[in-house]
Ligand binder design. Structure first.
Ligand code: XMP
Length: 509
């Protein structure tokens, strides 16, 4: 495995991704990791990530210099390289000219990191500090117009540094450089695959859980579904899933899930119909944050009550993914300001005093999809668009009533049908309908109507952090509008949301 030490760069996840794309397992750890912990991980190589600090600032992040005595190859990227140079006796100073964006790199040595690369390569820089003097043993292996030490190496000790970012797409040959590090320098093997991950993971679950019982909140989304399948493969009937129908789900959701998980996979599932409870608690509530809080709290109450009925449950399983882990554990980026209180099962573990099983903790979303496929989940489940915990409640602006939910459910089903038929479902991050608290005048069969307005939201995105409104063909939009107005009673107007995130968010509330 490859250990990535996190100095706070926004690109750390990208480094991890690139390494995994090469079928090598890796883990991101904070700089506070001890030498003992590092040795226990037995890494074949260590990557020191970039970061926003300057090495000469007092509070700049540092890791134990003992990593340079372990005999393990090290690749320092940007701040990571500067940390290494400083730690080994070199000098890092504020650069005369800062470099941001593209820079042409003149490669001086084609060994090691630059094996099979050209004389000149494009790189992407983002730094205000540069190396002024190298420690003994190091040489410069590449330079740019402004930076003498764009790449450095101590070949004997297998220490390498890059001032630019090989992990970003703007460094086109960056992946080849990383591959050179992994395979030529660290001698890693291409052994990481979803099948091997599944096998290892099943063994780890069995070891951790033994013959105890596990409960899991199944939502029908990709993450909890894959977690359920994996744990079921490990411990069979000792897993009980709890599915809470909050009355805010899409059309036939509960039924479909029953069919898939209970009948097809033979997984223990408790279906809890709590729709009346949720709708009662949401009566006359229109404030988005209030809605979210009410739903979050009630979910925990309902789940907890059900879980208590399962005798001898010691573990709670969660479909936490790697980006969630990094977000909450990142060395420097504490939680950003609350834009929306996300409702997952965040409050559960503390309240229920159960031990946690998180088998997807080191995976990215697309890896979870691959794992789902490897475990036999069908494409429909594997490629599901995300659906928020508070469900349709945050897509009904204003009062939530059974009638309005029914209207939105019908519209949503029609919309998704058209998006699927048009071949757009997998191309979009999300596509959904929003019911507005407004009415407009229309005319149907010579009669005046005064009905609801639906807004269609369709976005493309890689990670939901940013998103662009989808440029759906007018023909498709026309068909969607036509079908909604003709087939759903109570709607006489459809509009298309053309806002991106930021400044808007994906969901309306
Ligand atoms: P926003 O609206 O913040 O949404 O741009 C970003 C992504 O998160 C989803 N979302 C949620 N997911 N619980 C979830 O599990 C929630 O409370 C929640 N709120 C929003 C949203 O659908 C989008 O994919």
């Amino acid at each position: 495995m490859i250990l990535i030490i996190d100095f706070g760069s926004q690109f750390n996840q990208l480094i991890a991704r690139r390494v995994r794309e090469c079928h090598v397992f890796c883990q991101i750890m904070p700089p506070s990791i001890s030498i003992k912990e590092i040795q226990a991980l037995k890494p074949e190589g260590i990557v020191l990530s970039g970061g926003p600090s300057s090495i000469y600032e007092q509070k700049s992040p540092k890791t134990d210099k003992g990593i340079f005595d372990l005999g393990i190859p090290v690749l320092g990227i940007c701040y990571g390289m500067q940390f290494m140079i400083d730690a080994l006796g070199g000098v890092v100073k504020k650069a005369k000219k800062r470099e941001y964006g593209f820079a042409e790199v003149n490669v001086k040595s084609h060994k090691d990191l630059f094996y099979e690369l050209g004389e000149k390569e494009t790189s992407w820089m983002s730094h205000g500090d540069s190396i002024d003097k190298l420690p003994s043993g190091f040489i410069s292996t590449a330079s740019t117009e402004n930076t003498k030490f764009a790449a450095v190496a101590d070949r004997k000790k297998k220490f390498y540094g890059l001032q630019f970012h090989p992990e970003v797409e703007h460094t086109p040959k960056g992946k080849k450089m990383l591959k050179n590090f992994l395979f030529n320098i660290c001698k890693c093997k291409c052994s990481w695959s979803m099948k091997s991950f599944a096998k290892l993971s099943i063994e780890q679950i069995q070891e951790k859980v033994g013959d105890k019982k596990v409960i899991l909140g199944l939502s029908g989304g990709v993450d909890s579904s894959v977690a359920a399948l994996l744990i079921h493969k490990a411990i069979g009937k000792n897993l009980t899933c709890i599915f809470v129908d909050n009355g805010l789900l899409r059309k036939d959701e509960s039924l479909k899930l029953k069919k898939k998980f209970k009948k097809h996979f033979n997984i223990n599932i408790k279906f809890v119909n709590a729709a009346t409870k949720f709708l009662g608690a949401l009566k006359n509530v229109t404030d988005p944050e209030k809605k979210r809080k009410i739903i979050g709290k009630l979910f925990i109450d309902v789940f907890d009550a059900e879980a208590k009925k399962i005798k001898g449950a010691d573990f709670l399983a969660q479909g936490t993914l790697y980006p969630d882990v990094i977000e909450s554990e990142s060395a420097f980026g504490g939680p950003t300001s609350v834009i929306k209180s996300h409702h997952n099962v965040g409050g559960l573990p503390a309240r229920m005093k159960l031990k946690i099983v998180e088998p997807l903790r080191y995976l990215f979303k697309d890896e979870v999809r691959q794992l789902g496929k490897a475990l036999g989940l069908d494409d429909e489940m594997v490629w599901r668009q995300p659906f928020p915990g508070p469900g349709l409640s945050i897509r009904i602006i204003g009062d939530i009533t059974k009638k309005r939910l029914d209207i939105l459910r019908e519209v949503d089903a029609l919309l998704l049908d058209e998006i699927r038929t048009g071949g757009y479902y997998r191309k979009l991050w999300q596509s959904f309908a929003v019911l507005l608290p407004l009415k407009s005048v229309g005319i149907m069969g010579d009669k005046r109507t005064y009905e609801n307005i639906i807004a269609i939201r369709a976005v493309t995105s890689k990670d939901a952090m940013t998103a662009d409104w989808a440029k759906l063909p007018h023909k498709l939009l026309g068909r969607i509008s036509n079908r909604i107005i003709n087939e759903v009673n109570g709607v006489n107007r459809v509009v298309y949301d053309i806002s991106s995130k930021p400044p808007s968010t994906i969901e309306w509330e």
